[in-house]
Design a protein around this ligand. Structure first.
Ligand code: SF4
Length: 411
């Protein structure tokens, strides 16, 4: 049995109704429990519980310090390719988006990784769109094997694979797999994924289990907030985490709290989760899952990121670029335009003026601010350098940790 069967029998609508109907006494009662059930979690993310955010924050803060100490683990995403055969309405890399694409060669990947190493990173997340031609398993294996000697921790965020196809990637040095369900709402999921293998909801939902069977020792999950009702998504993710903790218990689990950002395709979020609700969600996740990592990306702005550190976040990206070659300009000369999945001949690509959207320069137009022309997956909201983020973490009384694992520990 996989999580799919358990998920199909979840009383999600009733749990959301329970959350909305929770009163102050119910929220207080849930917050005071030492073991939080899914029904308690519904109470913790209720509108009533948002009135006691300070109390939730104090508890979450104390629990995080007790379990994790005063440390924030730092990692960087390294985009290998922005080629993709899926149409995910909310993603800049969607097949039909007319954007500038590139897949980095092995040497270019090494150059990008070296630039990140020089900034202090030892924990890398390799990211790529889903494309069997450009991002084949053999290519991923070669990238991992080339980086493994210098990188204590390598995780993947790539198109889902079969267990047997994951095994060589683990053998080549991958220790973590991140796979966002995007939406746990089947109807919304079908509407958002209009073409490509990603349309298969169940296949994606079972991915962490296939990865675990292949030997990954870190698993990361999350919905993408902004597609379906946030409470329903959070409840589904909590149920998923609970299942994985019971069935994939040898792996370290992390949950992200990613919200939609501006990207090519100009997708507008369908639902809203406020900053305050996001903070409440981080607290609720911490209270229900004392030992689970909570990941915060550069999709959030510096002020909010700094504030959430105290509530339960344990891992952050920093200085992130969401385009292949974004750190060094690697692959710049072979960037090509695709329209509806087909390569279109263009003249030489001149750097264009960055588009300003009020929250920072867009990364999907060729930009004078970044060294490559390739289009980014989304706009980052925290544009501080890794050293600035690390300094801020120190000022807040935490220790930034660049390396938290060594392959020798598994030998
Ligand atoms: S979300 Fe992933 S699969 Fe979907 S278009 Fe973007 S890169 Fe491709």
């Amino acid at each position: 049995m996989s999580f799919v069967a358990e998920f199909n029998s979840l009383p999600l609508a009733a749990l959301v109704r329970k959350s909305l109907a929770t009163d102050a006494a119910g929220a207080r009662e849930a917050a005071g429990k030492s073991k939080i059930s899914l029904a308690d979690f519904a109470a913790l993310i209720s509108p009533a519980a948002s009135e006691m955010l300070e109390t939730l924050g104090r508890r979450a803060h104390a629990m995080t310090q007790q379990r994790f100490g005063k440390v924030i683990r730092l990692f960087a995403p390294l985009y290998l390719s922005n080629e993709c055969i899926n149409n995910c309405t909310y993603c800049g890399f969607s097949r039909d988006n007319p954007i500038l694409r590139v897949t980095l060669s092995l040497d270019e990947v090494k150059r990008e990784a070296e630039a990140l190493r020089a900034q202090g990173f030892r924990n890398l997340l390799l990211v790529a769109g889903e494309h069997p031609k450009y991002v084949a398993t053999g290519y991923l294996r070669e990238c991992l094997a080339a980086l493994h000697p210098d990188w204590p921790s390598l995780s993947l965020e790539v198109g889902p694979l079969e267990t047997e196809d994951y095994r060589p990637l683990v053998a080549a040095g991958a220790d973590g797999l991140v796979v966002y369900q995007e939406s746990y709402d089947r109807k919304v999921y079908a509407e958002m994924h209009t073409a490509g293998p990603k349309r298969n909801f169940d296949w994606r939902l079972e991915t962490p289990e296939r990865a675990y069977a292949a030997g990954f020792r870190r698993l990361g999950i999350s919905p993408l907030y902004g597609l379906a009702d946030w409470r329903s998504e959070a409840l589904s993710a909590a149920a998923h985490a609970d299942y994985l903790l019971r069935h994939c218990w040898k792996a370290a689990l992390s949950i992200s709290t990613v919200r939609i950002r501006p990207c090519a395709g100009e997708f507008e979020p369908l639902t809203h989760i406020s900053d305050r609700e996001l903070a409440q969600l981080v607290c609720a996740l911490r209270l229900m899952f004392p030992d689970v990592g909570i990941v915060l990306s550069t999709r959030e702005n510096p002020k909010l990121r700094d504030g959430l550190i105290r509530l339960g976040v344990t891992m952050m990206s920093a200085g992130a670029r969401t385009e292949p070659g974004g750190y060094t300009g690697a692959g710049r000369e072979k960037t090509h335009l695709t329209v509806r999945g087909k390569v279109v001949e263009t003249g030489p690509l001149a750097p264009a003026k960055p588009r300003i959207n009020g929250q920072g320069a867009s990364e999907w137009a060729p930009s004078t601010r970044h060294p490559t022309n390739a289009t980014g997956q989304f706009d980052v909201a925290d544009e501080r350098s890794p050293s600035e983020v690390a300094e801020r973490i120190r000022k807040l009384g935490y220790e930034p940790v660049w390396k938290d694992w060594d392959a020798a520990l598994t030998a």
